[in-house]
Design a protein around this ligand. Sequence first.
Ligand SMILES: NC(=O)c1ccc[n+]([C@@H]2O[C@H](COP(=O)([O-])OP(=O)(O)OC[C@H]3O[C@@H](n4cnc5c(N)ncnc54)[C@H](O)[C@@H]3O)[C@@H](O)[C@H]2O)c1
Ligand SMILES: O=C(O)[C@H](O)COP(=O)(O)O
Length: 528
Amino acid sequence: MAPKVLISDKLSPAAVQIFKDRGVDADFLPEVGKDKEKLLELIGQYDGLAIRSATKVTEKIIAAADRLKVIGRAGIGVDNVDIPKATARGIIVMNTPFGNAITTAEHAISMMMSVARQIPAADASTQAGKWEKSRFMGRELTGKTLGLIGCGNIGSIVADRAIGLKMRVIAYDPFLTPERALALGVEKVALDELLSRSDFITLHTPLTDKTRNVISADAIAKMKRGAFLINCARGGLADEAAVRVALDEGKLAGAAFDVFVEEPAKDNVLFGAPNFVSTPHLGASTSEAQENVALQVAEQMCDYLLDGAVRNALNMPSISAEEAPKLAPFVRLAEQLGSFAGQLTETGIEGIRLEYAGAIAEMNVQALTAAAITGLLTPLLQTVNMVSAPTLAKERGIRIEETRREKQGAYETYMRLTVITERQERSVAGTVFADGKPRIIQVKGINMEAELGPHMLYITNEDKPGFIGHLGMELGSSGVNIATFHLGRIAPGEDAICLVEVDGEVPDEVMARLRAVSHVKQVQALKF
Ligand SMILES: NC(=O)c1ccc[n+]([C@@H]2O[C@H](COP(=O)([O-])OP(=O)(O)OC[C@H]3O[C@@H](n4cnc5c(N)ncnc54)[C@H](O)[C@@H]3O)[C@@H](O)[C@H]2O)c1
Ligand SMILES: O=C(O)[C@H](O)COP(=O)(O)O
């Protein structure tokens, strides 16, 4: 059955066409995003949800999203999605980090020019038949200092354009490296220095606990009298009430906001303030940017739903479309090793150690580790996948160690998973053969070579004559057919392991008889 996607926001129709061309059923219902109840009613039917900023993907929506595998944001900001809740349910959240960056940077520059020359007010006055030439005295940009708070994708494009306008650009961004600042032609400064030196300040950070109200009354007090403030990033970065006071008092010569604490902004404290310019969250609204983000998000969602490729996800390592089919057998191996160890572990898991050697060490190990944790936790938790597994493990205090080795042993690829509990460490290792099928090649240091089937018996025993015959007889007389049989031992007469694939589930009474077979130490049924 073709995957089904709901487009619940005003995305460019280009997205619908991509979904159609790739064989994904897409329902284009752009009004649903604003109607919480309708979204709640419909969401259970979909594998994918394509959104912009109007759709709020809350905990309640996620709880009702029984089939949902991916949320695709045609744009950058994902503050309208409850990512931790999506992650816990194994839903990938992806965005399009570059598709609307140029357009938004251009909007910030437009807002800076508009507010510097009071264009909206001058336009309204002129069209009202007044000719108030002396009322609208503006400010020149050339030679002025522009302070960027946040110098990522959009901030750095703004810097480039502002340098073109002959402005001096300074930036406050803790993650901006000196090399990057140099390459951009930007001076990296501390926040207080930026506040005191800038003639214009533009905001380009996400809204986080650290950035909320970065422009507070205190921050405004540190700014130059007559400075301008531009916010095309997120409402909440500036304290709107404090900005209103500063505009009324003339501390700020003007402010231009595209984004507001509450959107849609219908009755904002800033409305009507002197030299306040506003737009209704139009930063990304150009036909070019909307086409870019719609195409990109639709392709990314199709890649994931159809091929398992992951791009621009905020809660899962990337897996390229070329890589996905090559990685698939190794993901299966990692899941099997995790599941094998998980089913044999009865006490609390303190940590897991993952060792990758040979060709596998060069692969997307982050994805393989996520797959191994998925396999490990699946027997313990109801719903877990590669998206939720690392978070669920972390929440449970499970330590994850990863090592990569170039050295190859007998096998071209070698992956070993060791589960660490308070009582013991148990390891299981495997490889993928040229036929693309995973094999178990070591259990607790004992070499063997076994392909796992849906129903397996894991038996530990003493290596003594008669054991195999006795075991075979018990299974045969109980009507349990043996599909494959694999043996390994430390040394003649010592501890041994036996992995048997059987055709179907082994009833409890048969399990009890197997446990009574002489030289048997442990018998456990495993499912894959
Ligand atoms: N108005 C719109 O329509 C529109 C369109 C696109 C993006 N946006 C918003 O613009 C903002 C920036 O987007 P981007 O693509 O440049 O993001 P980005 O992730 O590329 O850049 C954000 C920058 O902020 C910096 N940063 C993080 N915390 C900081 C802090 N405490 N102090 C200073 N800097 C900090 C980061 O280091 C990073 O360099 C986002 O909030 C995004 O949602 C708005
Ligand atoms: O984060 C973004 O990409 C912008 O805020 C754009 O939002 P929009 O897609 O709702 O216009």
